[in-house]
Design a protein around this ligand. Structure first.
Ligand SMILES: [Zn+2]
Length: 253
């Protein structure tokens, strides 16, 4: 029997009584586990194993499956459900984690990033566009794809006013060093560069403590989304759905 802390990223019912859940754990990456007799189990275990529940799970391996014997809720993120766009954005974050984080990897920082981001999202502590960018950029940095944003890739200038940043490799060139047009680079200002630096390098305690202008946020959103999609080499249906909601609200991100 093992005790693990983790958050439910996805749940799917199997047959009439059981469900599978994917859990992002602190120490063991994403783990798939079975909840038996969903309709009969006590309500505490039922609520602790629902989508976005952060809980302490008691797991047991039997045969080729891992079973949840019981679970205690730590934080359920109930309030996310009051907003379709928030719950959709959270589903996109879950999808990214499920796709990128393997079983048996140290996942403490990713767990911390996801929990903190959902907490800020649930409580309206930061706007959705900002939280989405923070999650996308920091998640990539935490999983080995840190953008190389220390200095101009050619001349080493630290703080150019205008620069061109690569949406596939995350390197940047100052205006003087950038040669020619390329669809894999976008032109951004110094504000976007310092926002990306903050997201990549700051301690978790300070990660959400910055603000940017609306214009800078637009560029940052554009960069962070293109970067994660290019690095993961795929699309996410949950992201497409979220964007369709945001666009129909007339609220471009
Ligand atoms: Zn340069």
């Amino acid at each position: 029997m093992t005790i693990v802390d983790g958050i439910v990223l996805k749940e799917r019912t199997v047959g009439e009584h059981d469900k599978f859940v994917d859990i992002l754990t602190r120490d063991s990456g994403v783990v798939e586990a079975v909840v038996r007799g969903v309709k009969k189990i006590n309500s505490k275990t039922a609520s602790s194993s629902q989508l976005f529940a952060y809980s302490r799970f008691c797991l047991q391996s039997r045969g080729k499956y891992i079973y949840i014997n019981s679970a205690e809720p730590v934080h359920i993120f109930y309030k996310l459900r009051n907003s379709l766009s928030k719950v959709s954005l959270a589903c996109y974050f879950s999808d990214v984690v499920r796709y990128c984080v393997q079983e048996n990897t140290d996942s403490e920082n990713v767990l911390r990033l996801l929990l903190n981001t959902l907490y800020f999202l649930e409580n309206d502590r930061r706007g959705e566009a900002m939280l989405k960018s923070i999650f996308e950029v920091r998640f990539m940095a935490e999983t080995g794809f840190m953008p190389d944003i220390l200095a101009c890739h050619r001349c080493g200038r630290f703080e150019p006013e205008e620069l061109f940043i690569g949406t596939s490799d995350g390197v940047f060139y100052c205006k003087d060093c950038f040669s020619g047009e390329s669809e894999n680079f976008m032109k951004v200002n110094a504000g976007v560069l310092s926002a990306i630096r903050h997201i990549v390098f700051s301690e978790f305690e300070k990660l959400y403590n910055f603000r940017v202008s609306e214009r800078t946020q637009k560029s940052l959103s554009d960069f962070s989304e293109r970067y994660i999609l290019s690095r993961t080499e795929r699309s996410f249906r949950t992201l497409d759905f979220y964007k369709s909601l945001i666009t129909s609200k007339g609220n471009l991100i």
